[in-house]
Design a protein around this ligand. Structure first.
Ligand SMILES: Nc1ncnc2c1ncn2[C@@H]1O[C@H](COP(=O)(O)OP(=O)(O)OP(=O)(O)O)[C@@H](O)[C@H]1O
Length: 263
């Protein structure tokens, strides 16, 4: 299992902290005064009925959509006004409800491409001169990709075109892309959607391994059993507001949550 970097958070503070986040789309109040924290190296679930605001909250956290009000702090810094690219450079990664991979690239090149965007090669001069440092850098990157492919169980299909893989493996490719340069916070949007029981269980194991290595995870997931099994804490959204927050036990016992969501 690859070793993620140490969390980029102040020693005694949350890695991610949302304060009073609201989002309006015209007359639609998608989010209202949402407070939420994710501690380093923990898994937080975000659950709620359809239309509760989960995807909108992910968009606000990752910087795809600006909040109408409120603040987003990440790694101790106020990132409310920063772009999604800036947040990614700080160690935040996200996956989507529909797995996003370069379907025409091989599995290995997909994961390599996720490392490339950070740059760090030797540039044109380095290419021309074939500097040893650049060659070493390239070898290290290939080794890192091989390590992550192995960890995600993708070594055997590393040369296959990603778009020809079944959905479960495409999700693993997306996960491999997200973790290859060692994020400190991973936002997973319905990672088990469309997976069979064995694939979901594998995904659960991978998330637990990531946590044990210090990576924090915020997980939107409709499979309540999966969420209860895997999360340290859970926030329940309903109609854009936090209805409840607590441990899986506390959430399961909460009558308001049962009425609104768990049934
Ligand atoms: N771009 C938009 N323009 C207008 N309304 C939007 C937009 N995006 C989301 N909404 C509205 O905001 C509310 C929250 O939607 P959101 O997709 O965040 O919920 P969700 O909890 O992720 O739902 P689901 O579980 O179905 O994915 C809904 O009422 C939705 O219609």
């Amino acid at each position: 299992m690859p070793t993620p970097a140490a969390p980029a958070a102040p020693a005694d503070g949350p890695l991610l902290a949302l304060g009073g986040v609201s989002k309006r789309f015209g007359g639609v109040h998608a989010l209202t005064d949402v407070d939420l924290e994710v501690a380093p190296g923990t898994v937080r679930g975000l659950i709620g009925p359809n239309g509760a605001g989960k995807t909108t909250l992910f968009d606000v956290i990752s910087g795809i959509t600006p909040a109408s009000r409120g603040s987003v702090r990440f790694g101790g810094a106020d990132v409310t006004g920063r772009s999604s690219t800036a947040r990614a450079r700080m160690g935040m990664r996200r996956t989507f409800q529909r797995a996003q991979v370069f379907s025409w690239l091989s599995v290995e090149d997909n994961v390599l491409a996720a490392l490339e965007w950070r740059g760090g090669g030797g540039g044109v001069l380095g290419d021309l001169c074939g500097w040893p440092a650049r060659r070493r850098h390239e070898r290290e990157r290939r080794e890192r990709v091989a390590e992550v492919l192995e960890w995600c169980g993708l070594t055997a299909v590393r040369g296959i075109t990603s778009g020809s893989l079944p959905l479960g493996q495409q999700r693993l490719v997306e996960l491999a892309r997200a973790i290859v340069d060692r994020p400190t916070l991973l936002l997973l949007d319905e990672p088990t959607s469309g997976l069979d029981a064995a694939e979901s269980a594998r995904f659960g194991d991978l998330i637990e391994s990531l946590r044990s290595e210090g990576c924090a995870v915020l997980l939107v997931e409709h499979d309540a059993g999966f969420v209860m099994r895997i999360c340290d804490r859970i926030s329940v959204l309903n109609l854009g507001s936090v209805l409840a927050e607590g441990t899986p036990d506390e959430i399961q016992r909460d009558e308001r949550v049962r009425d609104a969501y768990l049934g």
